[in-house]
Design a protein around this ligand. Sequence first.
Ligand SMILES: *Cc1c(COP(=O)(O)O)cnc(C)c1O
Length: 421
Amino acid sequence: MQTQTLERMESNVRTYSRSFPVVFTKAMNARLTDENGREYIDFLAGAGTLNYGHNNPHLKQALLDYLASDGIVHSLDFWTAAKRDYLETLEEVILKPRGLDYKIQLPGPTGTNAVEAAIRLARVAKGRHNIVTFTNGFHGVTMGSLATTGNRKFREATGGIPLQGAAFMPFDGYLGENTDTLDYFEKLLADKSGGLDTPAAVIIETVQGEGGINVAGLEWLKRLEQICRSNDILLIVDDIQAGCGRTGKFFSFEHAGITPDIVTNSKSLSGFGLPFAHVLMRPDLDKWKPGQYNGTFRGFNLAFATAAAAMRQYWSDDTFERDVQRKGEIVADRFQKIAAWLTERGIEATERGRGLMRGIDVGSGEIADKITGKAFESGLVIETSGQDGEVVKCLCPLTIPDEDLQQGLDILEESVKQVIA
Ligand SMILES: *Cc1c(COP(=O)(O)O)cnc(C)c1O
């Protein structure tokens, strides 16, 4: 495989190609193929960007049809038929059946673009600067989003520019099972000399993706919503990774029965892996003046076409979400067995997650890397997350065939046994 040009020309900043140093050429659903024709099962799926798999045939057809019709590709934020269809589909298929009423902002196409827009909107709407965020949270790496991101490696890469406007609270479980970390947040809010500037908003991932598949309890999320309501603080759910079905519901917060004031989606939103993001906001929060927030790529028509097709294909009834939950249980079951096997051999390991967003915490980044490295040798693309990379995580396409899911899990189990033997 020819990798010299790639190694020579691409900046040192590259990451995933270090874990998976082959040249990929093709992909279909949960399988990737490299230049030598070797196939891999994909348990990473673009860090949750390919919930409907690689080159999903329904979505590919929608894209091809749209291009073949000379549909508008770029339009700044002009009105297009594709945008109208996207908004109508979102309203009919997703929002109305869930009793949700949101206006939609189309920021730039990446996750961090959506987070920047969301937190700025919260500041504009509330006239306050502070955003409360949580330990191990990941919200993107541009300055505003980075201020709300816990990871020290990213935070230290600003060249010394201070990151401002965010305060960290302990996520659910951060202080052990027996402490409700919201006691601390609530106490600070009530304490006139607690040092916490009254926040405009709280931003949270209901299941932390990059932070190590940390799952916020449903009661804890309800309490968080209630604390926000009674203190006039906006609740932003960053559903960029956990949304679009990853946890077994379209929005990850549905499990808790809460209604955020603002929601961000990106990663799997286009369905096809095209860059695309939106911000959902309670209609009365739409305090933007025309053009007060802009960008060249505000809504990508090709993504409107594939996103609308994905909603129609997978979300018109509950068949898909039930299937995701079923597969999530298969993964949970196998991960629990692997964790128990490790624990019996003196490596304290636990399984956690929701839906098809699951991980095994093996306690050390070094062990986790050995496992994922061995898995890759055996044909499985799988990554780690968490502060030390100690969590081996499964983010396989939600559309993965059962045989591929089982095969991927078999490879993982075998890799664990080879590494620990
Ligand atoms: C990936 C991610 C982001 C940032 O998205 P980018 O497209 O990488 O900027 C923000 N929040 C969460 C929860 C994410 O997983």
